[in-house]
Design a protein around this ligand. Structure first.
Ligand SMILES: [Zn+2]
Length: 84
């Protein structure tokens, strides 16, 4: 089996990606301020912009819980006011 064919089969089955081996462009580069961070950085060291999908999820989760807390507090205040 030729190497090319082997590669194609692996790509088709999702075992390897077509771009494997090539360095990803803009790795660690902040989309917001263009600062190049180290690859391991989850957040930009300049503007704290999330650089990885998991960091994005963390931020989203934090915002969700803050929002939930806020609506809970709001309901509580409304009920409290109405019972006085
Ligand atoms: Zn940044």
């Amino acid at each position: 089996m030729g190497n090319d064919l082997k590669q194609k089969i692996l790509v088709q089955n999702g075992i390897i990606s077509d771009t494997e081996g090539k360095p990803k462009p803009n790795m660690g580069e902040c989309p917001r301020c263009s600062l190049v961070n180290s690859i391991e950085s989850k957040y930009c060291s300049s503007c704290t912009y999330p650089l990885t999908p998991s960091a994005f999820d963390e931020i989203k989760e934090q915002e969700n819980s803050r929002y939930r807390l806020c609506t809970f507090y709001f309901k509580f205040i409304t009920i409290y006011r109405n019972t006085r």
